[in-house]
Design a protein around this ligand. Structure first.
Ligand code: FEO
Length: 422
């Protein structure tokens, strides 16, 4: 199939099918392949092309585009997002339609220059409430950054109540029937895409929903996967549900949650974790939970981490390193936003004890807040060392609640404050 597909009398899908792709951006699995959705909008005074496709699929795109418009009719090119899967065909499109004006979001400007590797590009930066007229059709731009790059925007076709949403509401699911009421069951792909692409930016998702939800909506046309023409607002509602706090009803507004993950070879790190929890629970308003990483997996724990105010990780040192479940947990943090959350590490060790510092470095690298130095204990904790763990937990709780806890400055803090003064 290389024909365009009509969304309405004036709007056509001119994208590309990529059914054999099996992973995307290295990290995403794509068992159904994907689509790169691009669209043509015809007004009484010209044609707009909204987004393009991956370079390797450009032939499909140009074949479909030529079936609905000649190049000299193209007055407008809109890029809602500059990632190469949507801009791969742009240089050739600009060569074939040199008169077309290019519209991008204000935050996309530097990226565009880097992407095309040239400085003298003629483009118009746009933001919310800016419009471009095609005569009897009007495109309105909506600033929806960080979904999932800083540059992202949506474009609304006012006369047809149609939203070209970029990656938002998209998914990697290739089915040439294209429309959500025609394709197979793509719920898994939709949820998987949200979890891996949008979830780290869920605050920005909520900001975007505040702009998009009031709009009348006949069709949501994303850049990947099915075009959502049957009950499009259902997908907005699902984004709102997925972006909400799952544990909201479990924790009162004046409480803070501290989740303590640990794993232990001979029980010493377990004892430490238990005492840390006991210390944290001495602070009014702290709800502390213990999870043994041996009994779960990182994909399940990541929900807890996302909703927690503080996360402590306990790992023994084995062969000069923290153990794999601890690293698996930390690497799962890439799926969510942990910036600014309180964090810390602790653990017992036999002779070298590198695990705590290594975990702390990684947590700091994720821009988490580490106000205390972690607790390291050699072999089996003594009663004095368990008391140290209790104090560590108490101070973590006090930091969470904003109580004046003694602060241990680390080198990163000192360097950052010195750099700020320079
Ligand atoms: Fe589909 Fe973020 O590119």
């Amino acid at each position: 199939m290389t024909q365009p597909v009509w969304l309405s009398e004036r709007v056509q899908w001119i994208g590309a099918l990529d059914p054999t792709m099996r992973s995307f951006d290295i990290v995403l699995k794509t068992p159904n392949g994907t689509t790169y959705n691009a669209y043509a909008v015809r007004g009484s005074e010209g044609v707009a092309v909204i987004d393009t496709v991956k370079e390797a699929c450009a032939e499909q795109f140009f074949t479909r585009l030529e079936a609905v418009a000649s190049y000299d009719e193209i007055k407008v090119i809109v890029l809602n997002h500059l990632e190469p899967d949507h801009t791969g065909a742009l240089p050739e499109l600009m060569r074939r339609a040199p008169q077309a004006k290019l519209y991008i979001s204000k935050s996309a400007q530097l990226m565009l220059k880097a992407l095309l590797n040239q400085q003298d590009i003629d483009y118009t930066p746009v933001g919310t409430s800016d419009t471009v007229s095609l005569g009897d059709r009007t495109l309105r731009f909506l600033h929806t950054p960080y979904l999932h790059w800083p540059d992202t925007q949506c474009t609304y076709l006012e006369e047809e109540y149609m939203l070209f949403s970029g990656d938002v509401f998209g998914c990697h699911f290739c089915d040439e029937r294209l429309f959500n009421d025609k394709v197979g069951d793509f719920r898994f792909a939709f949820e998987y895409y949200y979890a891996h692409i949008m979830r780290p930016f869920r605050e920005h998702v909520l900001n975007a929903l505040a702009i998009l939800e009031p709009l009348r909506m006949n069709i949501i046309a994303p850049t990947h996967g099915p075009i959502l023409r049957d009950q499009p607002k259902r997908y907005m509602q699902r984004y709102r549900e997925l972006s909400g706090q799952r544990l909201q009803s479990e924790v009162n507004a004046d409480e803070k949650t501290l989740v303590i993950f640990y794993i232990s070879a001979y029980g010493s790190t377990t004892q430490m974790a238990q005492m840390i929890r006991a210390g944290a629970e001495q602070v009014a308003g702290v709800r502390a939970s213990l999870y043994d990483m041996e009994g779960g997996d990182a994909d399940l724990f990541v929900d807890l981490v996302e909703d927690a105010d503080g996360i402590l990780i306990g790992s023994p040192t084995i062969n000069g390193d923290a153990v794999k479940p601890a690293w698996d947990l930390v690497s799962s943090f890439a799926k969510i936003n942990v910036r600014g959350k309180l964090a810390g590490a602790f653990g017992s060790y036999g002779w070298s004890g590198e695990a705590v510092r290594m975990l702390e470095d990684r947590l700091r690298g994720l821009k988490m807040r580490l106000p205390q130095s972690g607790v390291r204990i050699k072999l089996i904790p003594s009663s004095e060392e368990l008391e140290e763990c209790r104090r560590y937990g108490q101070e973590a709780g006090e930091h969470l609640m904003g109580v004046n806890a003694p602060r241990v400055l680390d080198m990163a803090d000192l360097l950052a404050s010195r750099q700020a003064q320079v």
